[in-house]
Unconditional design. Sequence first.
Lengths: 252, 306
Amino acid sequence: MALIEIDDLSVTFHAKGREVRAVQNVSLSVGAQESYGLVGESGSGKSTILRAICGLAPVSGGTIRIGGQPIDSPRGAAFSRQVQMVFQDPYASLHPRHTIDRTLSEPLAIHGIADADARVKRALSDVGLPPGFRFRFPHQLSGGQRQRVAIARALMLEPSILLLDEPTSALDASVQAETLNLLNRLRAERGLTFLMVSHDLAVIDHMCDRVLVMQHGRAVEELERAALATAEMKTDYARSLFAASADRMLEG
Amino acid sequence: MSAQASNSLTRWLRDPNPASRRQARLGQAWMGWLRMRRNPLAMIGLSITVLLLLVAAFAPWLAPHDPITQSLPNRLMPPLSPGHLMGTDDFGRDILSRIIYGSRITLTIIVLFTLTAPVFGLLVGTVAGYFGGWTDEILMRITDIFLAFPKLILALALVSVLGPGFQNAVLAIAITSWSPYARVARAETLTVRNSDYIASIRLQGASSLRIILGHVIPMCLPSVIIRATLDMAGVILIAAGLGFLGLGVQPPMPEWGQMISAGRKYLFEQWWVATMPGLAIFVVSLGFNLLGDGLRDVLDPRSAGK
């Protein structure tokens, strides 16, 4: 059975009397321990789907089910322990006045999980950060290190689903590869399910089993990884997107 | 303590990779202190504040005379008269002793004020900014109403209702001056409310109370602290004004503002009666302003450098 099922989802923002339909009638399903990609240009609604799952965007139609259950609104404690998100910009997603220790132990404190000390240490070593970083502030870390902290934070509650919102687009190329490999390793070790957004097909190709191509808030085409490798797209849009990043995929 | 022991303590405090939470916190405090020590103006502010605290604590031992006993033969003696360094006022009371005792009242006013108005304003502003919508509308309209009143008039009305007295005067000042704090805090809250780090803590299941107290307020604190230290001088003066109108600190208690009011009559012939307490207010306000500015730098970990 699919772990995440999204059926006919629409998201509409209302701003100053204007309606912006960011996502229109998108359906997808992600199996347990699968890695699923959402790809498209800026403004195609891919990040909005992730935010809608987290309750950060106004859902105007359709249903979202996790593990067969429709999710509560507002999202409860159980949801937090099942689904976590890694944000795009590691410079904006860590509290600037909290130490790494505080950032990582906060979810444990909220959920009343004991043994915070040992868990924080383990979390740091799991994402490949030295223990000495524990009491530093985010401004003392590089972008890649911050994103590792953000990943560690998302995993503190041991969720089964990780939503990744362009987790590497703010990082430079070598750090990008390191971070993606870290994510792949963690997924293999912990049996995580990824729902990952990117505008970069090379990243998606490296990470995902299946991918949904989106444009203007609508789903265009769903592709298997094999189809991606052999460029068997049915629609023109998917083909042009593929052409735009093909040269870098061959390198990788 | 030997030099060696203090050396190893410093090294323990400066350890870039602290082993425990306590060490990290003490280390941060130590670095903050070092940062502050590099700022001479902040150190002047700190010295003035510490001096005020010491003077208030040891007033009975420091004051050469009783601040309340009148001595009409000695009235209006100029500064540097024998036994009266700052001269005497129109009832022959020693001005230096009155200033020394008055520091206690000033300090109490300041402490009571900082514990009420900024705290309340901070809570109202962050709650309004965080929740938005109707909560924001209602809280901010109330804030507007308080902002629109002239401070002293509203304080007067409140004191007349509550009855004259020292605590009531401070309470009235607090009630009339929390609104700018609410405005400042709301503005800061609006800039952080939609940030990713707030979204992420919400996603981790934190309650609104926890988010506001632990995540929003730390971002608003620096501007509120600056605002509070800038308000200190005004607060002392409004307290003095209320005292002058017979609604605040009651004579013969030695309150600085009231001493200025009393010296007003003699300003041209006996200038020292009003000037000496005026200087005291000036020095203390300056001290708080400098300290506040230094504190802002210390409270911001980003100014620590790598």
